[in-house]
Design a protein around this ligand. Structure first.
Ligand SMILES: Cc1cc2nc3c(=O)[nH]c(=O)nc-3n(C[C@H](O)[C@H](O)[C@H](O)COP(=O)(O)O)c2cc1C
Length: 212
């Protein structure tokens, strides 16, 4: 059985949810997997590695309704340095919002890349509430879908799967607000600060005039 190359496209790959999803996939894949992160310096090495695989699974988060820049940069390198034998590409994407359909545009971006560059397209798993679901009892739902994804790839029966927490939007919003407010508290950031556009501390110039 042919091993699957699993590539994590999260900008925070070593500490990412994508890493946890990839680990679940590896657990359920009978093919066996080889796991790689994308770093700033390993693009060409990954393109070289790809030669040995007939199936490639990209695992990554949704960032600003699209694919993260880490993955985008890697795809640009891959476009210029393709393997001789192109693997079939599957996608496991997770997003923070409740609805798995939030991932649709990013999946289309991957489909387009594959179409334009001659990679056969395989399966898709779209995960909604992906930041939270693994630490809730609904983890079993996502584990079940990842097992289904692995089985389909093993049999070359490609499919589009989706999963999310079975909560109303109102309940999800309430639960996530409590979660992020407590998370902020732990890091000495108030809810009001989180509601501003300032996502990091002020730059050096600003610090001189306006203490944070
Ligand atoms: C800069 C940034 C942009 C994001 N944009 C979106 C988005 O547009 N829609 C969404 O549902 N989640 C969004 N998220 C949430 C991530 O998709 C979510 O936290 C995911 O679990 C992160 O996965 P990772 O740990 O594998 O990177 C965003 C997160 C960050 C940090």
């Amino acid at each position: 059985m042919e091993k699957i190359m699993v590539v994590n496209g999260s900008p925070r790959a070593p500490k990412s949810n994508s890493k946890r999803y990839a680990a679940l996939f590896s657990k359920y894949s009978k093919n066996g997997t080889s796991y790689f992160n994308i770093s700033k310096t390993n693009h060409l090495a990954l393109c070289g590695e790809m030669e040995a695989f007939s199936h490639l699974l990209f695992v990554f988060p949704l960032y600003a309704d699209g694919i993260p820049v880490t993955l985008l940069h890697f795809l640009k390198t891959l476009e210029q340095n393709p393997p001789k034998n192109k693997p079939t590409v599957s996608v496991l994407i997770n997003c923070g919002f409740l609805e798995s359909r939030q991932n649709d545009v990013a999946v289309d971006m991957m489909r387009l890349f594959c179409k334009e560059n001659g990679y056969p397209f395989g399966s898709v798993l779209k995960i909604g509430s992906g930041e939270a679901i693994l630490d809730t009892p609904f983890r079993v739902l996502v584990a079940r879908k990842i097992r289904k994804l692995a089985k389909g790839i093993e049999k070359k029966e490609y499919q589009v799967l989706k999963v999310s927490m079975p909560l109303s939007r109102k309940m999800f919003l309430r639960a996530s607000t409590v979660y992020w407010t407590n998370y902020g508290k732990k890091n000495n950031v108030t809810k009001e600060q989180m509601e501003t556009m300032q996502i990091e501390g002020p730059g050096e110039d600003e610090k001189k005039t306006k203490p944070f």
